[in-house]
Design a binder for this molecule. Structure first.
Ligand code: UD1
Ligand code: NA
Length: 333
């Protein structure tokens, strides 16, 4: 089943161009995104007062399932609650679903698993169709974005078409990421600084490093650096700064300057051709990735971080597909 790969996680990282294609198959038509699973409920969704995303692992926008339950946070009849779970069986997410159903919200599922509890119990939803996922550390979770103007919508939709080939491009960084991993083997900690769309990338990348490579790692808002994390910066602590081109680029450039003036040990992720713009002194390691529409960029940017987490795990001698203390589906609370 693993084919030419040593581990399922490795296989699933490298199959992302294909999973992106199958996820989108039949769903991009005439310059529009068509989600059959939501069609009949679009009116209700448009009428709702809020859209609340609920999942585990990463706080996507609003609510983390366990925290929503801890606080018995407000969910109303006028809400659309979106539940995200690769397996569709994540216990905290399902408990939050029961809670949202009791409170009368329209419940929408986003899951990779047809027939899962999440798929069955939600009013409607979307199957991601990304192929099965066996590696415990999820590589098939998804992001979402509100699209306002027509031109922007078109740019994003054409970006979706080229996403699989851009994902293939970035997978060629594999040996570079292996080399980076070997330079980080003995580090105690790894920070990942992102902002805007790529704050989620920083969180997700750090989560992979933590859960698979068993190395302490934190994803952080680059904008919050001065309120604490800057104190940690020295020539030993490796810091990944995500500085691909988007509206936050110049802010990230100044973050890099500030970190360098503290002699920070930086690994900078930037758009192709930007190496000298982000690293004029040439002292840092740079990861260059293809540029795509800003809201799609995290789908590309996460891939080198997945490869890094994978190689770190192998080089540190840990089990890639069965991380310590983790189960594929967290079906207990
Ligand atoms: C569906 C078919 C797909 C077919 C396509 C053709 C299934 C599972 N999918 O895909 O094989 O090629 O039509 O048009 O038969 N749902 C939930 N909760 C969830 C996820 C989904 O209730 O968390 C519901 C949806 O509202 C929908 C159904 O499950 O009623 C199928 O969803 P999805 O597979 O995303 O729909 P299509 O992409 O239209
Ligand atoms: Na359903």
């Amino acid at each position: 089943k693993k084919g030419n790969y040593d581990h399922f996680m490795q296989k699933e990282i490298h199959e992302q161009p294909h999973s992106l294609t199958t996820t989108m198959r039949g769903r991009l038509k005439d310059g529009a995104v068509l989600l059959g699973g939501l069609k009949e409920h679009l009116k209700t969704i448009r009428r709702s007062r809020r859209v609340v995303f609920i999942g585990c692992g990463i706080p996507v926008t609003m609510e983390v399932a366990s925290d929503l339950l801890d606080r018995q946070g407000p969910i109303y009849r006028e809400d659309t609650a979106v539940f995200v779970s690769q397996s569709g069986e994540t216990a905290d997410t399902l408990l939050a679903l029961d809670y949202a159903l009791e409170n009368g919200a329209l419940c929408v599922g986003i899951t990779n698993t047809v027939g899962s509890t999440l798929s069955r119990r939600t009013h409607c939803g979307i199957h991601i169709n990304a192929g099965c996922e066996i590696g415990v550390a999820s590589t098939k979770a998804i992001g979402s974005d509100q699209i306002s103007t027509q031109a922007r919508r078109e740019a994003i939709i054409s970006g979706l078409f080229s996403l699989p080939s851009n994902a293939s491009q970035v997978l060629k960084l594999d040996s570079e990421m292996k080399e980076l991993a070997s330079s980080l083997i003995d580090s105690e900690s790894l920070l990942v600084f992102g902002r805007g769309y790529n704050y989620a990338t920083a969180l997700e990348g750090a989560l992979k490093v933590k859960e698979v490579a068993l190395m302490h790692s934190e994803g952080m808002f680059a904008g919050e650096m001065k309120h604490g994390p800057l104190a940690l910066v020295d020539e030993n602590l490796p810091i990944i700064v995500i500085a691909t081109r988007d509206a936050c680029f110049s802010k990230q450039q100044s973050v890099i300057q500030q970190l360098l003036s503290r002699k920070g040990r930086l690994i900078i992720m930037c758009s192709k051709g930007d190496a000298s713009a982000v690293n004029p002194g040439g002292s840092c390691r740079v990861i260059e990735v293809p540029k795509v529409a800003d809201c799609l960029q995290p789908v590309i940017n996460i891939i080198p971080l997945q490869l890094l987490a994978y190689h770190l795990t192998v080089l540190r001698g840990f089990d890639v597909d069965q991380p310590r203390n983790l189960a594929k589906s967290v079906t207990t609370q």
